[in-house]
Each structure stands twice: as C-alpha cells, then as structure tokens.
Design a protein around this ligand. Structure first.
Ligand SMILES: Nc1ncnc2c1ncn2[C@@H]1O[C@H](COP(=O)(O)OP(=O)(O)OP(=O)(O)O)[C@@H](O)[C@H]1O
Ligand SMILES: O=P(O)(O)OC[C@H]1O[C@H](OP(=O)(O)OP(=O)(O)O)[C@H](O)[C@@H]1O
Ligand SMILES: [Mg+2]
Length: 302
C-alpha cells in the first residue's frame, strides 16, 4: 500500500492487534478523533478530522516514522530503541522526534535464567547464548557491561528457548512476571524500561498537519492529567476546614459551599491531582467529615 505523502491528512501508525492497540485507539478517541474501525482494514479514516490511522505490526512503526512514510506513530520504547540501534549500526537514517510518553504499555526488558541455575551475576553469562527478539538492545547492554554472549534471535516464544535447548538464558519483556514464572524462569537483570511513546517523523510538517498535532498534544496532556486526578466532594466541619484541605493530596484551593439547615458543616469540592487513599478518607472521617465522594474526571484543561 502506498500512502500519499502529499496528502494533507495526518497519518498515524498504531499497532493493529496486540498489547498497545486498545489503549492507542482509546487515547486518540479520548482526544476527540472519531474512527470507524473495521477489523480487517489496514487504513481507518477519521470521520471528524483529516486524520488516517495506519494499523500495522508494532515492529514496523519506528521505520515508517523514520522514513517519513507516516507522520506520527504510537509505539513501545523497546521497539523504538531496538530499531534505532539497528538502523544506526546499518547506516540507515534513524531520525525522529519524541512528542510524548503515553503512560501505557509499561514493561521492562529483562534477562532471565532457569530457576534451577545458580546465577551469581552477569559474569555467568560470559560465552553463553541468550534468546531474544531484541538483539541490538541486548548486545548494547552486554557490551556496556563487558560481557560477550551470543544471540539466538526468536520473534516469539522466547521463554521456551532454555527448555528447548536453544539458549542458556532469555532476554524478553516482563510486566507481571507471570510468563517467566510459568516457564520456570527467574528475572535477573533489567536492561531497559519501556512505555508507549508518541513519535513524529523527521522534518517539519505542512501547516495543516502541524495544526492538528498542535491541537492533539495539549489534549493528550489533558487526558493524562485527568486520569491521575479525582474530583472529591465531602461535608466538613467548618472548624476543621484547614486540616481537611491539608489532608487532600495535591489539591488546589477548594470550593466551599454552605449546606442547608446547618452552620457547622460546609460542602467542600476539590480537584485532587493524586489518588485519594482509603487511609486519607478514614482520617477525614475521623476529624468529622462525612459523605465523602471520589469521582473520576474524564477531561481537563488548565
Ligand atoms: N506484558 C506487557 N505489559 C505491558 N506492555 C507490554 C507487555 N508486553 C509487551 N508490551 C508492550 O507492548 C508492545 C506490543 O506487544 P505485543 O506483545 O502485542 O507485540 P507483538 O507480539 O510483537 O505484536 P505485533 O504482532 O504487532 O508485532 C511491546 O513492544 C511492548 O512495548
Ligand atoms: O510478565 P507478563 O505479565 O507475563 O508479560 C510478559 C509477556 O507479555 C508479552 O507477550 P504477550 O502476552 O503480549 O504475547 P506475545 O508474546 O504472544 O506477543 C511479552 O512478550 C511477554 O511474553
Ligand atoms: Mg511485534
């Protein structure tokens, strides 16, 4: 498929199906883009903005952005860095602009060994074979640590490699650790921490596309800020108002409203930029607060 580069439609590459797909689409929708997504379609047009989604394998996203085939891409930093190192080593251009860290797809790339191994440290990997999908990130790390080990490159099922006799250790993505546990492996070295990133192709964008990006970035900030924030409502004793405000985490100045039929209690409304823990709610209750409500916020703009 050839994407028309002269088009004034902003093209965004996202993972078609996998760990990043749902949240990538959800973020763009939360930013106001409407898409009709048919499972089989490679290209999805926005119905309310001059924006197209290109839905591909995540491995292809950094290259599409670096080659200027698409304008923006949403991709894990692990894949981005692997492609960057590979292109650097093979003299292919690897320029791009990082626009935002997206706060989803958090995982780490780690070296793990079979549980029964008596692993003492990185020196134990000297001369060994390590199975991975990330040969450049792995070798980059090993070189920095002065270790020489060979790669067994696998694009999937990396975690079965030691049992299958293909490698002595693995270097793979870990989140909860359940996959390692299920395969009798134990995580030993974290070599890279990752989350999804929004990246832009090198060079300047035509004005019409730049205008959409300029609108998108504050919206992403607004969605992310809202995710971490809560709207808190409670009834507080007037005498304890200062103490109440101090207990609310990251709160701006509260709105204080009178309540009918009482002069001792007021309603307090506040936007808090942090989670309100049960412990804090219990403390609020202990100093006389009641009807404490914590509500999610959908969007925010300063
Ligand atoms: N367990 C996890 N928890 C959170 N994020 C993860 C996890 N595993 C992977 N990721 C992130 O999501 C990205 C995509 O992971 P996924 O497993 O869907 O990739 P894939 O199998 O290579 O997909 P594709 O078919 O697109 O090549 C990874 O590159 C990483 O950034
Ligand atoms: O530590 P955990 O929470 O178990 O997550 C780690 C697993 O998640 C990813 O695979 P995914 O489940 O996306 O499947 P895939 O390897 O088939 O892409 C990754 O490749 C690991 O195998
Ligand atoms: Mg992939």
């Amino acid at each position: 498929m050839v994407v028309d580069k002269s088009s004034q439609r902003l093209t965004i590459a996202i993972q078609k199906s996998g760990r990043l797909s749902t949240e990538s689409i959800a973020l763009l929708q939360a930013c106001g883009f409407r898409f009709s997504l048919h499972e089989a379609r490679l290209l999805a047009h926005s119905s309310n903005q001059p924006v197209d989604l290109l839905r591909v394998r995540d491995d292809d996203i950094p290259g599409l952005v670096m080659d200027g085939v698409v304008d923006l891409g949403l991709v894990g930093e692990n894949v981005l860095e692997e492609v960057r190192l590979e292109r650097k080593a093979t003299n292919i251009s690897y320029d791009f602009t990082r626009l935002r860290a997206l706060e989803f797809g958090q995982c780490r790339l780690s070296i793990a060994v079979p549980k029964e191994d008596n692993y003492q440290g990185l020196a134990d990997l000297q001369g060994k074979r390590i199975a991975t999908t990330y040969p450049y990130l792995l070798q980059n790390y090993l070189q920095q640590q002065g270790i020489s080990a060979s790669n067994a490159i696998l694009t999937g099922s990396v975690e079965v490699a030691p049992r299958a006799g293909l490698a002595d250790a693995i270097c793979d993505l870990v989140s909860t650790g359940a996959t390692l546990e299920a395969n009798g492996l134990i995580e030993k070295e974290v070599i890279f921490r990752s989350q999804a990133q929004l990246i832009q192709r090198p060079g300047s964008l035509p004005a019409a596309k730049q205008a959409i990006v300029d609108q998108l970035l504050p919206r992403i900030d607004g969605v992310q800020m809202a995710k971490e924030s809560k709207y808190i409502m409670l009834h507080a004793p007037v005498a304890q108002l200062e103490q109440v405000v101090q207990l609310l985490p990251g709160a701006e100045r509260p709105t204080v409203l009178p309540l009918s039929h009482t002069e001792e209690l007021v309603a307090v409304h506040v936007v808090s930029t942090e989670t309100l823990f049960w412990e804090t709610m219990e403390q609020l209750k202990a100093i006389g607060c009641s009807s404490i409500l914590v509500l999610p916020i959908e969007k925010m703009m300063g």
